[in-house]
Design a binder for this molecule. Structure first.
Ligand SMILES: NC(=O)c1ccc[n+]([C@@H]2O[C@H](COP(=O)([O-])OP(=O)(O)OC[C@H]3O[C@@H](n4cnc5c(N)ncnc54)[C@H](OP(=O)(O)O)[C@@H]3O)[C@@H](O)[C@H]2O)c1
Length: 270
């Protein structure tokens, strides 16, 4: 008798459209059952029905606004309780706060709730169970703005730097326990997110990636075991050199003396 192994269920946030919906399609194609999370229940149900029909996988929808603590708690509960969930894709995100002086405090907070607080809380809810079973994956969607905040994005770029640093710290803590972690840094990708900032017309076509291409590249990086995936970057050594420069500084970053340039007793002609 052949035993068919049940693949892990994948919970994807922001699955109603764009990058999240494309991840849902690709994981369903690979045979994974899905839990799809977003606010728009009609879109989620339509996608869930299509994926179940096309790929013969179980699909569930969970409507939640991840900026609202009581609704976010439903997703956290699901991650804690549903033993079939072994992969989390923290994808839901919003722009905002690009021009810092023109961003109302409540708008900055809502963005941080979605881009920073939600993925952190969802990981905190899921991680103990993944560690107990010694297996599982967490994919966090950041942005290239995490390493290039001057390009665009103000508080949004900063929220994505958090996702990058958080994922690096997470990787260090769980890699020995069988947990796979990946941070994806997309460049400009053609999705509805750009409607919030007036569309993609002002951006040169050679800088815009189609969403299928972006997600397929990110999943290729996942399959290759990458921790950091930058779908656009032609030469991965560019990232490796950047990361190496950062690591080289590490031994000097905390010392019992200040650097000479901050000492007032240095002679002027020194
Ligand atoms: N597109 C790009 O150029 C680009 C580049 C770099 C990084 N990213 C990142 O990629 C991720 C996905 O972006 P996208 O381009 O696919 O954006 P999108 O097309 O606007 O989709 C965003 C998704 O998040 C959901 N969402 C928004 N607010 C939510 C909330 N409060 N609670 C729960 N779900 C919410 C939306 O569904 P509902 O409206 O149904 O809730 C939707 O499913 C984001 O983290 C984004 O920052 C995108």
């Amino acid at each position: 008798m052949s035993v068919v192994e049940q693949l892990d269920t994948v919970l994807i946030t922001g699955a109603s459209t764009g990058i999240g919906a494309t991840y849902a399609d690709r994981f369903a194609q690979r045979g994974h059952p899905l839990v799809l999370v977003a606010r728009n229940i009609a879109k989620l149900e339509e996608l869930a029905a299509r994926l179940a029909r096309e790929y013969h996988v179980k699909t569930h929808v969970l409507a939640a606004d991840l900026t609202v603590p009581a609704e976010r708690a439903k997703v956290e509960q699901r991650l804690r309780d549903d033993e079939t969930i072994g992969i989390l894709v923290n994808n839901a995100g919003m722009g905002g706060g690009s021009v810092l002086a023109q961003t109302p405090p409540d708008a900055v907070q809502a963005m941080i709730e979605l881009n920073v607080t939600a993925p952190s809380r969802l990981v905190a809810a899921l991680l103990p169970r993944l560690i107990a079973r010694g297996q599982g994956s967490i994919i966090n969607i950041a942005s290239v703005l995490a390493i290039a905040p001057e390009l665009f994005g103000g508080a949004y770029a900063a929220s994505k730097s958090y996702v990058l640093t958080y994922t690096m710290a997470l990787h260090k803590q769980v890699v020995e326990q069988g947990i796979r972690v990946q941070c994806v840094l997309p460049g400009v990708t053609r999705t509805d997110i750009w409607e919030q900032t007036g569309g993609l017309d002002a951006i040169p076509a050679h800088m815009i990636m189609e969403v299928d291409e972006m997600v397929d590249a990110a999943l290729s990086g996942y399959d290759q075991g990458e921790v950091i995936t930058i779908p656009s970057l032609p030469d991965v050594d560019e990232w490796n050199r950047f990361d190496e420069a950062r690591r080289r500084m590490a031994p000097e970053l905390s010392r019992d003396v200040a650097a000479d340039r901050y000492k007032s007793d240095i002679p002027e002609d020194a």
